[in-house]
Design a protein around this ligand. Sequence first.
Ligand SMILES: C[S@@+](CC[C@H](N)C(=O)[O-])C[C@H]1O[C@@H](n2cnc3c(N)ncnc32)[C@H](O)[C@@H]1O
Length: 268
Amino acid sequence: MNDAGSPPRPGAAVTPPGAALPDIGDLYRFASDAGGVYGTEDFCFFLYSVVKMHKPQRVLELGTGTGVSSFWIARALRENGSGTLLTIDDGRQWDKVRQAPGLERYGAQGYASHRDFILAMAERFGVARELSLVTTSLPPYPEFDPGIEVDLLFSDFRHDPATVLALLAHFLPRMSEASSIFIDSASTAFASYLLLERLIEEFNVGRVPKELLTRLPEERAQDLASAVRSRRFTLVHLTEVKDRDQNGTAWIKIAPIDIVPYPRTRMR
Ligand SMILES: C[S@@+](CC[C@H](N)C(=O)[O-])C[C@H]1O[C@@H](n2cnc3c(N)ncnc32)[C@H](O)[C@@H]1O
């Protein structure tokens, strides 16, 4: 896999360009019916809004799950008129998804695989052109051709400190200069929360802790160090006030060191 912007794979049903956008009410109901399975019933709207506002061209999601977050991201891309989402999942929790009570009305039990279900729902919600799904286990994390950068990364498959370190080491040099990384649940898991607080503090004075550098071959370590030196990082803990575990997402907003806000927009 070389390009987060690659088109849907052969075999996937693809909505023709210009086809009418389905009523958003159907997708809204899907968020209510399926969002509770992994707790993305509200965060999906946040992602939709960020995608509408920042207009990322390449979005990468690690952990497709029910597809709730994927379909809302892809819907925003479709409404924007540009941009693609590559979402990755090995389908290991397909039994949990297909048996979720809210998914009965979408016929989840009738699909042979997670992949079949997600591609069929992408078609139903009118986002088959914007969304491509890769069925594989992580790590390894996807590689990209030189010059290909990710504008928005949503990681929703693991949030332990070792994974947070591995994600940042791999993806920071591949993020575009004005981009966002979201790591689900990292803000409400104490060790990952403290790790992120400390890392971002170091990044903002241009330093990359050795623990990150030693995970990478020499050339990659240099890419990481230079990406960090030229950027400013804002860490926001998007907590959700709900009576359950895993109530929050860490948002690392990345921008070049400059005197204007990013993504660039008109200033007065
Ligand atoms: C929390 S769910 C994703 C929820 C999703 N964002 C949503 O809105 O429904 C995590 C998903 O990651 C997948 N997953 C977990 N570990 C994985 C791994 N090592 N490689 C690939 N997929 C994995 C599971 O199959 C599961 O579907």
